[in-house]
Each structure stands twice: as C-alpha cells, then as structure tokens.
Design a protein around this ligand. Structure first.
Ligand code: NAD
Ligand code: DAU
Length: 339
C-alpha cells in the first residue's frame, strides 16, 4: 500500500510516519509538507534514510504541484495532517488557517477524485465540538455531539470536516474522519502547553498559565493516536467519524505542577497570565465507538507518557534548542510579554 501523508514534518504527522515505517515495512510512505514554522525536516532525518520513504516540500494549497505528485505517485491512501494547528495563532491572524485547513483540504480531496483513491482520511480534532462545562463531568463528546466551535482554528477544522462529508455524499469520495483529543509526546512544537512548560522550566523561566488554570484537556500519548489512525485507514467504515481519546482529563495547572515536580523546579515559577480569548473550558472524548467497532484502546498511561515525554525533551535538546533560538523567540515575545 502507498500512503501519502501530508503535514508529516510536524508533531503528529512525523510520529505517524515513524509508526508506519516501524509497523508496516511493506508499505511505501510519501510525505508532503511545505515546512511552515511548525515543520522540521530534521525530525524526518531517520525516515529519509529509508528506501520506502519519499519527501516532497510542497504546499497542499498548490493545486498544480499536488496534482503532479498524485500523477507521479498514485497513492492508495491519503492521510491529511497538514494544518495550521495553534489556537493562539489563529486568534492573532485567522486567514492562513482558512487557507490551509479548508482550501488545502479541498485541493487534497480534488486530487483524490481526479486520480482515484481507496481512502481519504481527514485528521480532525475534538475542538470542533466546542467545550463542556466543568460542573458536568458526566458529559462527553460523542460523534453525534453538534459542531459548535470557539476559535478561528476550530472553526476552520470544522469547516474542513463538513467539506469532507460533502465530498463523500456528493461525489462518493471514500472518506473517514477522526477527531482526537490533545496529544503529547516527542516532537511536539514548543509553543504548545506541555513542551512550552518543560522548556521554560528547564530554563528557570516563568510558566505562563492562562486564566485560573482550571481548564481541562483530555490528554492522549501521540503513539496511541497514530495506532488509531492506522486502524481506521485499514478497517474503518467509509463515511464514518471516529472520536479518539483516552479518558485522561487533567486541569492545566495540575499538568504544570507535575512538570515542576518531575524536573525538581519550584512551583513559584508558575505565573498566572491573561486568559486566552474564547478559552474552551473542558474537552472530554467518548471513545466507545472506535473501541467497539475497531477494538482500539489507549495503551500509554499518562504517568508513563509524561515521564517518557519529559525524558525525550531532556535527551533531545538539539532538536528544540534550534527551534526556540530562531523565529520562535519573536513569537514568544509577542504572545507573552506584558500578557
Ligand atoms: P503541527 O503544527 O505540529 O504540524 C503541522 C504540519 O503541517 C507542519 O509540518 C507544517 O509544516 C505542515 N503544514 C502546515 N501548513 C501546510 C500546508 N499548507 N501545506 C503543507 N504542509 C503544511 O500540527 P500537529 O499538532 O501535528 O497536528 C496535526 C493535525 O492533527 C492537524 O490537522 C491538527 O488539527 C490535528 N490534531 C492535533 C492535535 C494535537 O493535540 N496536536 C489533536 C487533534 C488533532
Ligand atoms: O484538543 C485538540 C487540540 O489540542 C488540537 O486540535 C490543537 O491543534 C492543539 O494545539 C491542542 O489545542 P489546545 O488549545 O488545547 O492546546 P494548547 O497546548 O495550546 O493549550 C492547552 C491548554 O493549556 C489550553 O487550555 C490553554 C493552556 N495554555 C496553553 C499555553 C500554550 C496555558 O495555560 N499556557 C500556555 O502558555
């Protein structure tokens, strides 16, 4: 099987590529990524040594270039990870989110229609469901929960999902969609909560917690997400949406304190800062459909996953120090100074 993976130089896409190369050596993997600030070719250094891996530096919005790649490669399956993924950046400037996340998805699906495909898989997010109240721990997002978005990022992802479903219904494109909760693990870009806190703590820098830190996210180790997508593209039912999550709800403040404890840093580094606009309170996925229909269950417990993740950042300073010393510095200044 030939699998075309977009966004494979980013966090989850790269983990997915290594999962596929490790578990399906008979498959061929083609990665398409335009290497935005969030994409890093050094992440794929080991993959690039494999004969069954190929990389194209291409923007998914570039229709002619994408058609050329499809013409040359004729993939069987497309997994679309490519996206602008950071909520805070979408609040500052939504436009690129609409271009990549919506129009880029359209280009990818048009290419699938033109050249023929066995499966188009859209990597979506639990953020399309909006948020849940803190005082109703009995409520979870199911695949039937109405779309109800908060940020330009989540609105762009929801728009893409609707377009994917429209391409299935109108043109019969064989699609699946997965909506996963917050991932954590190796190669997570330092702008996101967990790597940001690890790296700041290592530098004895303030740990900026938005609002009162009571917001809840449902954390899943990235390898478990990759396994779920692998199952969906092989055994998932065309036209279906699958929620992915591990029933692992944590308050932001508890995560930050846990990171302090692991790194033996004082909690006095914690600094409460202005809240994110439109900040979602709680995400919580009901993953019973993917468990019932495909037998998927998360394998990594949070206590083990967070330890592995912290150890990975300790052992891979070369990977993140290049990032945090580059344009990320300007981003950090703009987002956090005087916040
Ligand atoms: P990321 O920001 O780490 O990586 C995105 C990758 O896409 C980068 O390599 C970037 O260069 C590439 N890219 C961006 N725009 C592109 C374009 N126009 N053309 C080609 N490549 C482009 O993101 P991530 O956290 O790995 O998320 C991957 C996908 O998973 C996204 O679709 C996101 O919405 C979804 N998702 C993420 C999470 C999470 O917790 N991170 C959870 C659920 C779903
Ligand atoms: O739920 C899935 C989503 O998870 C994905 O679709 C997104 O692509 C991904 O970025 C992530 O979105 P979040 O907004 O939940 O992740 P983030 O790491 O940005 O923030 C997690 C929580 O931590 C959120 O409540 C905001 C808070 N936060 C974040 C940062 C960066 C802070 O308190 N301080 C910070 O500095």
């Amino acid at each position: 099987m030939k699998v075309l993976v977009t966004g494979g130089a980013g966090f989850i896409g790269s983990n997915f590529i290594y999962h596929m190369l490790g578990n399906h050596p008979e498959d061929q993997i083609v990665c398409v990524d335009c290497l935005t600030y969030a994409g890093n070719l050094s992440t794929l250094a080991d993959a690039l040594k494999r004969p069954n891996f190929k990389f194209y530096k291409t923007n998914i919005c570039d229709r002619a270039a994408i058609y050329d790649i499809f013409n040359a490669e004729r993939p069987d399956v497309v997994v679309n990870f490519a996206a602008e993924s950071h909520v805070d950046r979408s609040i500052e400037d939504p436009e690129i989110f609409l271009r990549t996340n919506v129009l880029g998805t359209q280009v990818m699906m048009d290419a699938c229609r033109k050249y023929g495909i066995a499966r188009y898989h859209q990597v979506s997010t639990d953020e399309v469901y909006g948020d849940l109240p803190l005082d109703r721990p009995d409520l979870f997002f199911t695949e039937e929960t109405p779309i109800h978005t908060s940020s330009p990022y989540s609105a762009s992802k929801a728009s893409a999902d609707l377009l994917v479903q429209a391409y299935h219904r109108t043109y019969g494109l064989p699609v699946t969609i997965s909506r996963c909760s917050n991932n954590y693990g190796p190669y997570h870009f330092p702008e996101k909560l967990i790597p940001l806190m690890i790296i700041n703590a290592l530098h004895d820098q303030p740990l900026p917690v938005y609002g009162n830190g009571q917001n809840v996210r449902d954390w899943l180790y990235v390898e478990d997400h990759c396994k779920a997508i692998d199952l969906i593209i092989r055994k998932g039912k065309v036209g279906e949406v699958y929620n992915i999550g591990g029933h692992n709800e944590m308050k932001n403040i508890d995560i930050v304190k846990l990171i302090c404890r692991h790194l033996r840093k004082p909690e006095s580094l914690i600094s409460y800062v202005a809240d994110r606009k439109g900040h979602d309170m709680r995400y919580a996925i009901d993953p019973s459909k993917i468990h019932r229909e495909l037998g998927w269950l998360p394998e990594t417990k949070f206590a083990d996953g967070i330890k592995k993740t912290i150890d990975w950042y300790l052992a891979n300073e070369a990977w993140w120090s290049t990032i945090v010393s580059g344009e990320y510095k300007d981003y950090y200044e703009k987002m956090y100074r005087n916040r």
